[in-house]
Each structure stands twice: as structure tokens, then as C-alpha cells.
Ligand binder design. Sequence first.
Ligand code: NAD
Ligand code: LMR
Length: 341
Amino acid sequence: MFRSALVRSSASAKQSLLRRSFSSGSVPERKVAILGAAGGIGQPLALLMKLNPLVSSLSLYDIANTPGVAADVGHINTRSQVVGYMGDDNLAKALEGADLVIIPAGVPRKPGMTRDDLFNINAGIVKNLCSAIAKYCPHALVNMISNPVNSTVPIAAEIFKKAGMYDEKKLFGVTTLDVVRAKTFYAGKANVPVAEVNVPVIGGHAGVTILPLFSQATPQANLSGDVLTALTKRTQDGGTEVVEAKAGKGSATLSMAYAGALFADACLKGLNGVPDVVECSYVQSTITELPFFASKVRLGKNGVEEVLDLGQLSDFEKEGLEALKPELKSSIEKGVKFANQ
Ligand SMILES: NC(=O)c1ccc[n+]([C@@H]2O[C@H](COP(=O)([O-])OP(=O)(O)OC[C@H]3O[C@@H](n4cnc5c(N)ncnc54)[C@H](O)[C@@H]3O)[C@@H](O)[C@H]2O)c1
Ligand SMILES: O=C(O)C[C@H](O)C(=O)O
């Protein structure tokens, strides 16, 4: 009772602070573009970004169906102005002036497929979209959702390098869904309130390259080795669990939209100068020998402020880290090769 009253009063204090900031004009204008906005992820992500008071302009781009999505979401009485853009000819307008571009464009998995099986189609989509970003909003932060993330992020980096505007601080592979899953599964086993749980997830975003660090989870719980192994496997196979449950109708969309909106919000807070915004993300990195790696990242006015080191790993996690490196390395090399051919 007391706790919920406290939560309510701190929430209303935050809201009135936000209202004061708006009226004093101190919440900056921010344009967010979603590429693939009419898709399974794109639509709920558009909804969630429309609810975000940090967004002043929401640009919804897809090759089809964006007018309907934009008209629908645009009726919601929140801060941002929504515009839908459809087709290649309108991509420039969709991107111009964007502070943040979120990319969930591309095909999803069906049962029996790996994320790498999406490479042939999605690599080309990402390449084209990133060429347009380089041209029309070279200073925007880019949140890459399209799979295989382990390769699409290196593709984006190469395209940006070729265009002469690559800034490694501004390119992010979105791995937030792995963190969201790890938190949910851990809270269930540790029997702790999920809202209080934190679990870093490192490596990449496919199978064994996803490595949750349950030894660093908070609140701490005394879970057996078998339970930790099962939790790790469930987190690594979380995407496949959804793909199989959807039985041919795609992969995670609603939980991904939630995760994508969380990460985008963290990026916007960083851009706006909010201190101590830390999230896991797959970024250019030197904390292992791999050129791209997911770990905790401090976000700031320029994007990545600091890639945090991995901290103490258990022996099980150290083994997992060594085991993921060959697959992650080859996915990165595949992306680099594709972008340069
Ligand atoms: N990073 C993650 O954690 C994560 C989680 C879930 C899904 N995904 C990936 O996100 C992608 C999208 O998944 P979905 O379920 O939304 O798929 P979807 O098929 O429902 O939607 C994809 C959308 O992309 C659009 N699109 C295709 N080519 C385009 C282009 N050139 N420009 C703009 N839009 C284009 C399509 O028209 C469609 O509306 C997939 O690659 C999926 O594997 C990633
Ligand atoms: O599993 C997929 O193909 C989609 C996504 O990467 C996920 O983790 O849900």
C-alpha cells in the first residue's frame, strides 16, 4: 500500500517535472524514423514511440502500408507529429533530420530456420537503407533490429565507412530482447520481483553467441548449476521458442517492440544528456578480440560514451565466452565481405 503510494507520488513528481520541462522548452525536438514501420515489429514499435514524450516527430517508413499505420497511430493525443512515407521515392524525406533511426525492416524466421538463413534477403535490405541513412541523416544514431544482427551491424558499419561518415559511437545492434528475456526467466526461477532484476547479456544475438551473465544478476539468488545452465539455454533459445510457438507466422514482434522502445528511449535520454544511462548493445568494441561485441554500454550525447568491461565471469560463463567467439567472428566476417563485394 505504502510502496504503491510512493511509486504513484514519484511518478506524478516525474510527470510534473516533465510538464515543466516542456513548458520551459527544455525537452529538445527529436525526430525518430522507423524503417519497416508497417511490419510485425514496426507497428507496435510505432505505437510505443508515439507514447514516448521525448519524441517530437515520428517518421514511419515502409515499402507498403505506411499511410494506414501513420493515420492510425497519428490520432493518439501525445506530443509527436506522425508522418507515413511509402516506397523508395519517399525514403529521403523519411530520414531527413532524424536523430534516431530504428531498423526492423526485413524478413523474419520460420520454424527450422536460423537467423543466418535470413542473410540473403535482409543483408541487401539493410545495405540499401544504410546507404540512404549515410546520405540523408549521417549524424543519426542507428538502432539495428533486422536479423542476423551479428552480420547486419558490420554491414551497416562498412556501408557507412564507404560513405565516409562512419562514427562507431552511433551504430547499435539491438540486443535488448535478450536482456528482457533473461530478466523474465531469472525472476521466475529466483522468485524475486521482475521489476528489480538486472542481468547483463553479452556476445551477439543468435544462439550460443547470446551469453547472459547470471553470475552478475541482481538481486542475487543462490541458484544451482543445473538451473543456471537451463536459464542460459532458454535465453539463448528464446527467439526460437517464439518462432516455434508462432508456427510459421513469424518471430517475436510484441516483446521485440517493447525491447526496441526501451532501447530507443535509452538512446534519446543519452542524446538529451541524462547521466548514467547504461544498456547492453552490440557495438564496435575492443573489450575482446572481436571487432563487434555486445556488452554494457554507457549512452550519452554522442551515442556510445563508454563500452564497459565484462566484469567477473563464472567458469561456466568463461567457457561460454570462448565457445561463442568462432561463430560471432564468422558472422562478422560474412557481413563485412558482403558489404564490400
Ligand atoms: N534484434 C532482435 O532482437 C529481433 C527480434 C525480433 C525480430 N527481429 C528481426 O526483425 C526483422 C523484422 O521482423 P518482423 O517480424 O517485423 O517482420 P515483418 O515481415 O512482419 O515486417 C518487416 C517489414 O519490413 C518491411 N520491409 C521489407 N523491405 C523493406 C525495405 N527495403 N525498406 C523498408 N521496409 C521494408 C516489410 O514491408 C515489412 O512491413 C526480422 O529480420 C527479424 O528477424 C530482430
Ligand atoms: O528469433 C528470431 O528470429 C527473432 C529475434 O532475433 C528474437 O530473438 O526473437
